[in-house]
Design a binder for this molecule. Structure first.
Ligand code: PHE
Length: 418
């Protein structure tokens, strides 16, 4: 039976019959067109398929592209976090995204169809990318704002942390004095607080019958076995044994400074402590004289009270220095004014104009000999001063017990250096 189709003709019938063999398609699809390709003898296999309709590639149809774009924009808009946006980007702008897959089909289109399909898909992809960029910036802004809110610190809130500790004013003064000498090339030396009598007395030319060795002055350490009798150990009564330890262990020339705790069998009162701090200085070199000693003393007075105060040496006696002296400095409060007739009295120097601050002298040759040093070649000087006393003078503290009471109201006034 021969029935003409909508575009049917005798030729078509013949073609369909030939092309599909025994199957005769009486109702070809609407889009099906008769082309040269299909006409026997006119088939040109290498020519482009000019009548190919891009609409027929479903993925490239305007409706499909619009739908893919709408899906993408919806997903991007719905992304509430940067992670969700990343997922939306992979789904709609990634390798398997519908628009990407549609774009891959363009190559199969005839040239005149390619341009239009390319524009359509390209515009959609650009719109997707713009939307992703815009959403990305927005979500980043949101996140940054969120960080400002959640990580906000109210600096006006009172904090309840235990306050950090600080060094004690006595320690700070000791360090400050030691620093003056370290800056001049001295080394810091230390020794034990429980010291052998030989270091504390004998080597320093303090003979056994010296009054300093009396029970009422020195705290002796009991024998470890509990037996009665001397242990040969004392709680050091001064930092001078560190002179001996340094001379025995360090090479010459030698410049050391030695701050530390010392002990004396003394009643506690406004000006005396049984445990207090000293700082010792010792220099042994060739050709040192008392002029060098004076220079060293002036340096620490300048460091502690500021430059401009005079110092004075008066003869004194220490078994380990010869000659020995006591060091005074001009009163930093009245500057000597209180001594003048009719002047206001000065509590700091008790109107003496001078304040005694240290003991000093040239190292006794017997000390050098005790340490195996040739006194004909080497000479030296030494000085020692009480740190609490220096602190009290520098800061107008009248009561030495304030330095041991452990009351932070006292310490805080000196600052909170760690
Ligand atoms: N060691 C002495 C004292 O405690 C002080 C001093 C040190 C004197 C060094 C002279 C030299 O009193």
């Amino acid at each position: 039976m021969r029935t003409a189709g909508p575009v049917g003709s005798g030729v078509l019938d013949a073609v369909t019959t030939r092309t599909f063999g025994t199957t005769i398609d009486r109702n070809p699809p609407r889009a099906f067109q008769l082309t040269d390709d299909l006409i026997p003898g006119k088939r040109t296999m290498s020519a482009p398929n000019k009548n190919y309709d891009p609409v027929a590639v479903t993925a490239l149809s305007a409706a499909e592209v619009d739908r893919a774009l709408a899906d993408a924009l919806a997903a991007i808009g719905a992304a509430a976090t940067l992670d969700e946006l990343k997922e939306a980007r992979l789904a709609h702008d990634g390798d398997r995204a519908p628009l990407r897959l549609a774009r891959a089909e363009i190559g199969a289109l005839p040239p005149e169809a390619k341009a239009e399909a390319g524009r359509r898909v390209g515009a959609a992809m650009a719109a997707v990318r713009d939307a992703i960029g815009e959403r990305q910036r927005q979500l980043e802004r949101d996140r940054d704002e969120q960080v400002l809110v959640t990580e906000r610190v109210d600096v006006t809130l009172p904090f309840d942390r235990t306050p950090a500790g600080a060094r004690h004013p006595v320690t700070m003064t000791a360090d400050r004095l030691a620093d003056v000498f370290v800056a001049m090339g001295y080394e810091v030396a230390e020794g034990p607080e429980a010291e052998a009598e030989w270091y504390n007395f004998d080597a320093l030319n303090i003979p056994p019958d010296h009054p300093a060795r009396e029970m009422q002055d020195t705290l002796f350490v009991a024998r470890p076995d509990g037996e009665p009798g001397p242990s040969g150990m004392v709680l050091r009564t001064h930092t001078s044994p560190v002179q001996i330890r340094s001379l025995l262990t360090r090479p010459l020339p030698l410049y050391v400074v030695s701050p530390g705790k010392v002990y004396r069998n003394e009643a506690l009162d406004a000006t005396h402590l049984p445990v207090f701090y000293q700082i010792e200085g010792l220099a042994v070199d060739e050709g040192l004289t008392m002029a060098d000693l004076r220079g060293a003393i002036q340096a620490f007075v300048d460091a502690l009270f500021g430059a401009g105060l005079r110092t004075r040496l008066r003869p004194d006696y220490f078994p380990f220095t010869e000659p020995s002296g006591d060091v005074s400095m001009e009163c930093h409060v009245c500057r000597g004014e209180s001594v003048k007739p009719g002047a206001d009295p000065c509590r700091t120097c008790r109107s003496m104009g001078w304040i005694e601050i240290a003991g000093c002298g040239m190292v006794n040759p017997r000390v050098l000999v005790a340490c195996g040093i040739d006194p004909d070649r080497y000479s030296g000087f030494a000085f020692g001063l009480g740190i609490e006393r220096a602190l009290m003078l520098a800061h107008g503290v009248n009561e030495i017990r304030d330095t041991v009471d452990g009351d932070v109201r006292f310490s805080r006034a000196f600052g909170m250096e760690i």
